[in-house]
Design a protein around this ligand. Structure first.
Ligand SMILES: C[S@@+](CC[C@H](N)C(=O)[O-])C[C@H]1O[C@@H](n2cnc3c(N)ncnc32)[C@H](O)[C@@H]1O
Length: 197
């Protein structure tokens, strides 16, 4: 299956997906279900694991934007390899090296997508309550009706994403959630919540 083969390929570049495999598989399937995915924005890409895997649920030639300040050298080198691999597969790649809450990042995203709305937004950057709620506030309006917003770590007790997810639930905006418990290779629970616009 395409999901498994993309996860397996990450080894080639020293990358890995920092997601619970079962949860990410469900997010991948949802991305395929809401097709077409011609525009995908990821906030927080680290070594490009989820960027590479989720890109596989997008159409050939899709526009993909990764926002990550990529301060650490090793993850930056790996992300560069993954971006190059995605370009070789025909995706139209933009990597914005900035914090997503900076005005320059939003301007970069708007410049990359032009006036076109986004099909999929993946929020997995700064996991503080303020940052996640700001990311949602700034970038969710760019997502098309019927598009999807994927929030990572809604079940991670080390982060504050759960608090924001509960707010979305109270506002009636939250859609499905997947909480699979602790996965091998991960330090604890993660959890994915989705909003269908
Ligand atoms: C958990 S990692 C992302 C993992 C990746 N999505 C995956 O599953 O393979 C979080 C990333 O968010 C980035 N980050 C932290 N604060 C950020 C911000 N304000 N804007 C964008 N990215 C940020 C970090 O540099 C790090 O690479």
């Amino acid at each position: 299956m395409k999901y498994d083969s993309r996860v397996a390929r990450l080894d080639e570049w020293g990358s890995r997906i920092i997601q619970h495999r079962d949860e990410a598989r469900k997010a991948f399937a949802l991305m395929q279900a809401i097709r077409p995915c011609m525009r995908f924005l990821e906030i927080g890409s680290r070594k490009g694991g989820s960027l590479y895997v989720y890109a596989g649920a997008c159409e050939p030639g899709a526009k993909i934007v990764a926002v990550d300040p990529s301060i650490e050298r090793r993850p930056r080198i790996v992300l560069r390899r993954v971006v190059q691999a995605l370009e070789a597969e025909g995706y139209d790649m933009t990597w914005i090296r900035a914090e997503s809450q900076e005005l320059g990042a939003l301007q970069g995203v708007q410049g990359a997508f032009g006036n076109e709305s986004i099909d999929v937004l993946h929020i997995d950057g700064d996991h503080s309550y303020d940052a996640v709620s700001r990311d949602y506030q700034i970038y969710s309006p760019l997502v098309r009706t019927g598009g999807v917003i994927i929030l990572h770590d809604i079940d991670n007790p080390n982060y504050e994403v759960a608090r924001f997810w509960k707010e979305l639930q109270a506002r009636g905006e939250a859609g499905r959630e997947w909480k699979s418990g602790k996965a091998s290779g991960m330090t604890g629970r993660a959890g994915i919540g989705v909003v269908i616009k």
